[in-house]
Design a protein around this ligand. Structure first.
Ligand SMILES: [Zn+2]
Length: 570
């Protein structure tokens, strides 16, 4: 299957051998030209959220770990369309490898098997990095909506990547159009949205913050869901969604609920008082006051403070715990679990596990990422895009694939230099014409007609302008994405500009001061018919000799500006 990458018009081949996965709504392919990207192609063209994806591509969030070379949010980087560019069928996004689902961290059994040295510091850092990613999204007006453990991947160094980003709720920044998130998992859904049809609800950050608190609770409480407990009422225990809807948080201190904490769960006091307070704020106060839920940056600060104050158990340096506890809670828990240590020592891991699995866990944690400040900015119009968006262009995350998404530096500089040269010559001539204009006599229509008659060079100018327009235009959005259309548009525009150029040249007094286009055209025609070397040399010499000298400074300046433009354009 051939598709077109709309950010640069490049054609990509997606074949069945390169398929990474197939879901109910889309297929995911590797990209032969760039292994750092994957293509997600929707099965049903009618279900492609093209407008939503276009807003996402042009307004990415600031990745909190971007400066450390890690992708925290697998954000769409380009739209994919049919070969003719007429229909959006999917998008390109960074390829995420070497990560495990979040459940591999917080489920003690899976963690012991896969990452036995992923200790409490790593769990705190994972929670911190998850909060940082959510904060970056909220700062840009995005809402995850479908917060759940399967959309979050983790590295063995506690770095987090949010995936399935095309399901996020997107608000178009300029007009406020909301593209909703139609899905959600009940156990991560706040009480006020329980039972609501997600496709009819505008989500808000405080809805995400409920799910965030659930996940942090699970990370720090050995996988225990905050609403898990032993039911003391009659009949079957209600499901999580009913407990959330009624606000029956088993660890509440202010009200009676028909649940006791699960005996196998760690005690709530294991958590430092600052974190206990934040969970109470989210699950108890936040039951009726959604805005009371701690935001992502509050979680970040609290988790960072707890991590910095961890102390190690003298018996096992993998036992890290909050300094507010008098003794090591993990030694106590190991005893309660009949000797099964949630954080086994390095010696125990080396004795019981394959060597490579323990070696892979010795990698240290990355520094804590700090989200880039999000500053308000003036609206930016993307040429050809149906929905202008706001956002500082200089803060946009560079594409992971420079080779795929952008032309080479040399090509950009050459194009920029050529563009600048042409601009310089043209501007110099216009200035000259404006200076000479008062000396010209005779009725204006006659002058214009004469100038048009002399405007044989408009074809040359049109070709130059048109080519440059077609090649150098910024990437277009859906509906304006055909390369052929861009070049045709450029050719028309170039013809008009060329006509104007030549017309202006024709107004100059005395053809010797301007480019003698008749001569050039005649020479061109002659060279075509009699392609002899002396003839071409004669033509070139005449062309050079006819260039107006006053265009020289403008040419030099234009070349310099063009090179600068070319470097920036890359
Ligand atoms: Zn201990």
């Amino acid at each position: 299957m051939q598709v077109q990458c709309l950010s640069n018009g490049q054609r990509l081949t997606l074949d069945a051998a390169a398929m990474l996965g197939a879901g109910g709504e889309a297929l995911v392919y590797t990209i032969p030209q760039d292994r750092s990207l994957v293509a997600k192609v929707y099965r049903t063209p009618d279900k492609v959220p093209a407008r939503k994806l276009a807003v996402m591509v042009t307004n990415p969030p600031a990745d909190p770990m971007g400066s450390h070379g890690h992708i925290s949010i697998a954000w769409p980087v380009s739209l994919l369309a049919t070969v003719d560019g007429q229909q959006v069928i999917g998008f390109l996004m960074p390829r995420v490898t070497g990560r495990h689902p979040l459940i591999a961290c917080y489920n003690p059994a899976i963690r012991r098997q896969q990452w036995p040295l992923f200790n409490y510091r790593y769990l705190l850092r994972t929670a911190h990095n998850l909060a940082a990613a959510m904060r970056a999204l909220h700062a840009r007006g995005y809402v995850i909506g479908d917060v759940n453990e399967s959309n979050i991947l983790v590295t063995d160094t506690a770095l987090v990547t949010l995936v399935d980003t095309d399901s996020f709720q997107v608000r178009e920044p300029r007009h406020g159009v909301v593209y909703r998130c139609p899905v959600g998992k009940p156990e991560f859904t706040p009480p006020e949205l329980q039972g609501c049809p997600f496709s009819q609800v505008d989500r808000a950050p405080e809805h995400d913050l409920f799910g965030l608190a659930v996940l942090i609770f699970q990370l720090l409480m050995e996988g225990t869901h905050p609403f898990a407990g032993v039911y003391r009422g009659h009949g079957d225990p209600p499901p999580y969604e009913a407990r959330i809807a009624t606000g029956h948080f088993p660890y509440t201190r202010r009200r009676q609920v028909p649940y006791d904490p699960k005996p196998a769960a760690p005690p709530f006091d294991l958590l430092p008082p600052t974190l206990q307070e934040l969970f109470i704020r989210c699950f108890e106060t936040g039951h009726t006051q959604a805005l009371a839920r701690p935001d992502a940056s509050t979680w970040q600060r609290a988790l960072q403070g707890v991590e910095q104050a961890l102390i190690a158990c003298p018996a096992n340096d993998q036992h890290l715990y909050s300094h507010h506890l008098p003794t090591c809670p993990w030694c106590v828990r190991t005893q309660r679990l009949g000797g099964r240590d949630p954080f086994p020592s390095r010696q125990a891991v080396q004795q019981s596990q394959a060597p490579q699995s323990s070696r892979s866990l010795q990698r240290p944690l990355q520094p804590i990422g700090t989200p880039s400040p999000v500053t308000p900015s003036a609206p930016r119009r993307t040429p050809g895009h149906p929905h202008p968006t706001t956002g500082p262009w200089h803060s946009m995350r560079p594409s992971p694939s420079r080779a795929l998404a952008r032309p080479s530096l040399l090509a950009s500089v050459c194009l920029g230099a050529l563009w600048g040269t042409v601009s310089g010559v043209l501007l110099s001539m216009i200035v000259y014409v404006l200076m000479q204009r008062p000396r010209v006599s005779g009725p204006l229509p006659v002058m214009v007609w004469e100038s048009v008659q002399q405007a044989g060079g408009s074809a040359i100018w049109g070709g130059v302008w048109g080519t440059m327009w077609g090649m150098c235009r910024r990437p277009a959005g859906p509906g304006h994405n055909s390369r052929l259309r861009r070049i045709l548009t450029g050719a028309v525009l170039g013809a008009v500009l060329g006509l104007l150029t030549s017309a202006l040249l024709g107004l100059t007094p005395g053809s010797t001061m301007s480019m003698p286009q008749h001569t050039v055209l005649e020479l061109l025609g002659s060279a075509t018919w009699h392609a002899s070397l002396p003839r071409i040399r004669e033509m070139f010499g005449a062309f050079v000799a006819s260039l107006p000298l006053h265009a020289l400074p403008g040419t030099i300046l234009g070349t310099i500006l063009g090179i600068v433009w070319g470097v920036w354009r890359r």
